[in-house]
Design a protein around this ligand. Sequence first.
Ligand code: SDX
Length: 375
Amino acid sequence: MSQEPRPYYPGLDGVLAGETAISTIEGGLQYYGYAVRDLAEDATFEEVAHLLLRGRLPSEEELADFEAILVEASMVPDEVINFMSTIPLHVNEMDVLRTTVSALAHWDEDPSGTSNVTKAERLLGQIPILIAARYRQRMGLRVLQPQPDLSVAANLLYLITGDEPSPTQERAMDVSLILYAEHEFNASTFTARVVTSTLSDLHSAVVAAIGALKGPLHGGANEQVLRQLQEIGSPNNAEAWFRDMVGDKRRLMGFGHRVYKEGDPRAYVLKDYCVRLAEERGQMELERTAEIIERLARDTKGLYPNLDWPSARLYHYLGLDVDLFTPLFVASRVSGWCAHIIEQSQHNRLIRPRARYIGQTGLTFEPLSERESAE
Ligand code: SDX
């Protein structure tokens, strides 16, 4: 084994840990070579999910086929819905989603004979059903069935709220799903690739990724963003709150990014939809509070919003419960995770880095009878 000193980068910051053709952040976020700004402007989430899973934007005919697959795939076995209803109501929505996505694998007929693309399409159809069903079980509401003629975005809003969204609401949700779909080697995606690199199965990799996304430094931030904004309460309180937050050395959720140091371009795209929805719902005061926090974070800490900063407000304006915010991130990012699972499977090498040892060495073994208890 070679002994030359190896460079060590805490948190793998800046380390190239693999190759991918799925997306790049360099020079502006692109999915398979398409600028995400263009996809957010002109595509639907279904077109983007097709691009991520099959490597190309669909023709009209291919899109119709793909949408039909998602409608058919959105059948969740009654056994899983019934099992979900036995999970205590206080359990965190992300923990329930992690458990029920794992359970889905048990009802996947012929798992070894099913391609990862088919499994991915099934999960894309099933995860919105799991999210909405759990929420309505918790609220004591009737669990609804997806409307075959509604888009993924519209069905998500319908299945959760019971109301079909307006065109503006549907487009805002659709754009949030496009922007959340994929982001190179973020922590949850890299988790999915590590699991896949051992030749484990797609459901195991997705369940592991859900666990990683739950963390407040990653996907869990969007829920914390709304809780912080509600803590601030009003634009008049923003400056004092911010001063206290800095003084207490707390993290400003929805700001900062491991890669983007001059701001997350996705955040600016979604902000436009926030303002439109806030005006529609008479909640411009929350936008004014957000503006003040953005200015203070930029001018005093050099911190810029990431995607979770506007997405939390957007989901709030759409009337969605804050506990659903990170599960909604899953409903979108499962497309990116599965794209990376498929790519890793096709060009695999076991992912196994080394560690720098900082522990003790050369200790003398003492027989059990001679060992003393710790202080
Ligand atoms: C996502 O990787 C991806 O692509 C993720 C994601 C995706 O699409 O998959 O973009 C989604 O996870 C976005 C990030 C959501 N998380 C948050 O909003 C939580 C708040 N943000 C921070 O915790 C932080 O900015 C991270 C975790 C996102 C990034 O952490 P880094 O890379 O370790 O931050 P850094 O090295 O740039 O920090 C430099 C300094 C640090 O000070 P020290 O601890 O070294 O003294 O700036 C501080 C940080 O503490 N800092 C913050 C801060 N972000 C950085 N201080 C207060 N509030 C913040 N938000």
